[in-house]
Design a protein around this ligand. Structure first.
Ligand SMILES: *Cc1c(COP(=O)(O)O)cnc(C)c1O
Length: 362
């Protein structure tokens, strides 16, 4: 017997009913350039070694609740400054959720530039908080005056800054980020999901700002399937945030596999360097196309704009030609007519560029 729709409407919170579920398209056999994944696999001998480490895993036991060995390895791999603490999450998404749950009150605000990573808004609303977006400048840089004014007005509990930003690829000016950190009354979380593709980072500067936390993930560096993120900052903050964590949130296969992967981090670093080099080629090729405006990127993807009103048609044409990218046109606002492509293997990038050329001239 199906539930009475009135009953669902009565009991599910209205802000949840108003949400649109985070929608991920099934790639099927398409060339997958939609989700900022690292396209490269490990060499066969590394896969064999990894499988060997899984042999001893005791699936009948709960994992180490504090994932201590992995935490130690991550501190080293991510160059977390001495004296700073880590909390690990099932992806950095879970850490964003823990942060929101730690500060949530109905009148409290989460603030971030617009456009940015959609999960900040989604998680704030699920946690019952208000969300405030602040438009980016024309070049997708931080509008410091607008940020300062909005922060003064809304007194946000948390400001999220994706650095580099998703979906624009922009690396905000470090001085502008610093100003935001200084004028914010609450926490500022610098989300460095794309750290493998840029030299810039606030990680070494954690000790300079009492309200700064740095968020990282292993997803974009080539381990998206493991679901592992980390939040770094002062033990005073993280000791509290950690209380919202569900026990054993990092499963044993993730703990063992991430530990193994980080011991062979050179392989991932090399892949990231290749992606970074190929990003330049992607940007040049897109910029050279008639009717395309490509935006500079410090991440592993490139945002680009196609002629007025053509984004949905171009996106569908690409899909028909076997390539899946991200259509941002439905998001509207500054993302109208925009599409986002993840940098893939050279041969995938070539197929995409040829298909785009076809789509634009159809
Ligand atoms: C992809 C992305 C994340 C999510 O990473 P997971 O660790 O896979 O949950 C977080 N922040 C930004 C800005 C992202 O683009």
């Amino acid at each position: 017997m199906s539930p009475d729709p009135d009953s669902v409407r009565r009991w599910i919170r209205p802000e949840i009913q108003a949400l649109k579920a985070y929608h991920v398209l099934d790639a099927g056999k398409l060339i997958k350039l939609d989700a900022m994944e690292n396209p490269y696999r490990w060499p066969d001998e590394l896969v064999d070694q990894w499988l060997e480490t899984l042999r001893d895993v005791e699936l009948n036991r709960y994992p180490d609740p504090g994932a201590q060995q992995l935490t130690g390895q991550l501190k080293q791999a991510m160059q977390v400054p001495a004296g700073m603490q880590l909390v690990l999450g099932n992806g950095s998404d879970e850490l964003i959720q823990m942060l929101a749950l730690s500060v949530a009150r109905p009148e409290r605000v989460v603030l971030a530039p617009d456009p940015t990573f959609v999960m900040y808004r989604m998680i704030a609303e699920v946690a019952g908080m208000r969300y405030q977006g602040v438009p980016l400048a024309d070049d997708f840089g931080l509008d410091v005056d607008a940020m300062r004014a909005a922060i003064g007005q809304h007194q946000p509990a948390i400001v999220f800054l994706a650095y580099p930003n998703n979906p624009t690829g922009t690396l905000f000016d470090a001085g502008a980020v610093e100003e935001v950190i200084r004028c914010a009354p609450g926490l500022v979380v610098v989300d460095e999901a794309y750290a493998p593709f840029t030299d810039a980072s606030f990680m070494p500067r954690l000790g300079e700002f009492p309200n700064l936390l740095v968020l990282r993930t292993v997803s974009k560096m080539g381990l998206a399937g493991l679901r592992l993120g980390l939040l770094a900052g002062s033990p005073d903050w993280l000791g509290e945030v950690d209380k919202t964590r569900l026990p054993y949130n990092i499963n044993i296969l993730t703990q063992v596999s991430a530990l193994f992967a980080l011991q062979h981090k050179a392989v991932l670093d090399e892949q990231a360097a290749r992606i970074r080099a190929d990003r330049a080629g992607m940007l040049d090729a897109l910029s050279a196309m008639q009717g395309v405006q490509a935006f500079p990127s410090d991440a592993n993807f490139v945002l680009f704009k196609v002629p007025d009103g053509s984004a949905d048609r171009v996106f569908d044409s690409l899909r028909r030609q076997g390539v899946l990218i991200k259509n941002l046109n439905p998001a509207g606002g500054r993302l109208t007519d925009c599409l986002r492509v993840t940098v893939g293997k050279p041969e995938e990038n070539q197929v995409f560029l040829a298909a785009l050329q076809t789509a634009l001239t159809e």
